[in-house]
Design a protein around this ligand. Structure first.
Ligand SMILES: Nc1nc2c(c(=O)[nH]1)N[C@H]1C(S)=C(S)[C@@H](COP(=O)(O)OP(=O)(O)OC[C@H]3O[C@@H](n4cnc5c(N)ncnc54)[C@H](O)[C@@H]3O)O[C@H]1N2
Ligand code: MOO
Length: 403
């Protein structure tokens, strides 16, 4: 198979990726979940005109001049409205959040008054509407304020509560199983023997998937045998995973068995090998209902492909309205040589100039095994295939990595 352009590969990964089933959950559990439907207000907020201050509800026409004396005919506190009507020459003691009584059209703050028993002297003139929050100033019943596909923030939860929704319709979380391959891998904290490598890819992939709202299933590390790899793939299917991410064993070596095992299990492959650096040997296909992304083993390749392909896929299954990473304009912080046929994703540090210009400084060593450079990078500079040589200061496009 020829190397597939990155955009075609992404389209293939996302093909047919529809939001998962709808569920209804308590508001308390809805933080960062994705709304399955538009949500409208079930009430008008505030339901009636309310005072924004502690003071006196008055008729503005009565207090156009200062030093007016009014008789205080009652009191209203939050949640305890006043039943009567404010007539000419009258006022009602009111507290913040109290319903403005009939007849009154302004509130004078108590600092601008002098109270003596049942009378109050108004020391500041007031105009109609002063310190009053009109009914519906926040929202009205039926207003659609939360949209389908939104990943709910903490502010959205407060709004949903204010709109009187104790539960919300959301989408099931995608289940992402992660399977690593490689005889050489040992767990962090052990004493690696000769030629051994400490397992790292899964840590980044689990965290990345979880931060996108997925539930992750850790299938551990399997040895480089067809039997062990096949057993791992079967465990993924049994776990009900929507997505299987494998890492390693994706290339052409004698010990790269992932594709062979997937084929033996009946995968319908959509591609293997993309015109991208890092990440050339990535593969993708469907194994029944499970979507499989075979990530390369090199740690940077595994992460960058997970970021570029698995993240939009997770978002699509999660029902997010916006699934794509946003590209930003920046300028290069150093010269770059001409590119070959692979689209490059260069790890780069990001600086912001005083005028707001983003400067992307690609790290010197772009080898796909370098974890330290990956961790130090804040962005990926995207260089299209056959991009000509570019000097420092030339415009470029960057993708921000999660902070
Ligand atoms: N003859 C060719 N050789 C290679 C090609 C090629 O086109 N022709 N492609 C190269 C590219 S590009 C990549 S990327 C790698 C990817 O190969 P694999 O997916 O088969 O990866 P492995 O060989 O299994 O591992 C590569 C490297 O990464 C380390 N690794 C693997 N898994 C983990 C893990 N979970 N945590 C940490 N490190 C891991 C592994 O030890 C190897 O050092 O192939 C090139 N070769
Ligand atoms: O594409 Mo590999 O991922 O360059 O090292």
């Amino acid at each position: 198979m020829a190397l597939m352009p990155v955009s075609d590969a992404l389209a293939a990964v996302l093909a047919g990726a529809e939001p998962l089933a709808e569920e209804t959950i308590a508001l308390d559990d809805a933080f960062h979940r994705v709304l399955a439907r538009d949500v409208a207000a079930r009430r008008t907020q505030p339901p009636q005109a309310m005072s924004a201050m502690d003071g006196y509800a008055v008729r503005a026409s009565d207090v156009a001049n200062v030093d007016t004396q009014l008789s205080v005919i009652g009191e209203v506190a939050a949640g305890r409205p006043f039943a009567g009507t404010v007539g000419a020459g009258e006022a009602v003691r009111i507290f913040t959040g109290g319903v403005v009584p009939d007849g009154a059209d302004a509130v004078v703050i108590q600092e601008d008054t002098v109270a003596e028993g049942k009378r109050v002297t108004i020391k500041e003139a007031a105009i109609a509407g002063r310190h009053i929050r009109p009914a519906g100033v926040d929202f009205r019943e039926g207003d659609v304020l939360l949209r389908k596909g939104t990943r709910l923030t903490e502010r959205d939860l407060a709004l949903a509560a204010g709109m009187n929704h104790p539960r919300l319709p959301i989408r099931r979380r995608p289940k992402v199983a992660i399977l690593a391959t490689g005889d050489e891998l040992v767990m962090p904290g052990s004493t690696p023997g000769p030629g051994r490598i400490v397992y790292s890819n899964g840590y980044a992939l689990h965290a990345l998937a979880r931060s996108e709202g997925a539930e992750t299933i850790d299938l551990g590390v399997v040895a480089d045998t067809l039997e062990a790899t096949t057993a791992g793939i079967r465990r993924a299917r049994e776990s009900g995973a929507d997505i299987l991410l494998t890492t390693g064993g994706a290339s052409v070596g004698d010990h790269d068995l992932v594709q062979q095992a997937l084929k033996a299990e009946g995968i319908s492959m959509s591609f293997w090998k993309i015109a991208m650096r890092p990440g050339k040997p990535m593969m993708h296909g469907h194994l029944g209902a499970m979507r499989v992304i075979g990530l390369p083993g090199n740690p940077v390749s595994s992460y960058v492909c997970g970021f570029l392909f698995a993240v939009p896929l997770i978002r699509a299954l999660a029902g997010r309205a916006v699934i794509h990473h946003r590209r930003e304009r920046a300028v290069l912080g150093r010269d770059l040589s001409a590119n070959d046929m692979r689209e490059d994703y260069l790890r780069a540090r990001l600086e912001v100039r005083d005028d707001g210009t983003l400067v992307a400084l690609p790290v010197n060593h772009q080898d796909s095994s370098l974890l330290a450079n990956l961790a130090a990078a804040q962005v990926l500079v995207v260089r299209p295939p056959f991009a000509p040589k570019a000097d420092a200061g030339a415009p470029c496009e960057v993708l921000r990595l999660p902070g």
